[in-house]
Write a protein that binds this ligand. Structure first.
Ligand code: NI
Length: 174
């Protein structure tokens, strides 16, 4: 298992649509293992494959709290079957939008269909933080980031900050 580099906005790669996985084989499982390591090291509670530069419809999530037993969950080719009409808001952040947070409203329940680590088809009903997290990650598969839900002004302010941080970071690395 390897910790991979996480791409950050602005990066056109993050804006591309991920493709369906044809077969959950050892290559995909190895990708999921790397994603999990990368997410734990970051640390974060969810990661989509595109965030480490792999445009495949694969997501890992672990919502266990500090001190609790780890509970990694893997989602290949996830699809939303039903979204609730009721909404919930969370202060969202993203490993690809470092240091930035914003309140985002999303359906508070959603039922999803996906393939698990072994390639078995599963159906899961999620709510609360889990529902928000899976929707945030599924947006990544479409090239959507949480900042896309903000006003133009707020979004451009965040993008400006990110570009600035990126530049100064690059200077230090050089
Ligand atoms: Ni994210």
């Amino acid at each position: 298992m390897t910790i991979r580099n996480i791409l950050t906005e602005p990066n056109p790669f993050l804006r591309q649509k991920s493709v369906k996985v044809e077969n959950v084989d050892d290559n995909i499982r190895s990708l999921m293992d790397d994603m999990l390591d990368t997410m734990y090291a970051a640390p974060g509670i969810g990661l989509a494959a595109i965030q480490i530069g792999v445009p495949k419809r694969v997501i890992v999530i672990d919502l266990s709290r500090d001190g609790e037993k780890k509970n990694p969950q893997f989602f290949v080719n996830p699809e939303i079957i039903i979204n609730s009409d009721t909404k919930a808001s969370y202060e969202e952040g993203c490993l690809s939008v470092p240091g930035q947070f914003a309140e985002i409203s999303r359906p508070d329940k959603c039922k999803i269909k996906f393939l698990n680590y072994n390639g078995d088809e599963k159906i899961l009903e999620t709510e609360g933080l889990f529902a928000t997290c899976i929707q945030h990650e599924m947006d990544h598969l479409e090239g959507i980031l949480f900042i896309d839900y903000l006003s133009k002004l707020k979004k451009s302010m965040i993008l400006k900050k990110l570009s600035k941080n990126k530049k100064s970071l690059e200077r230090i690395i050089v």
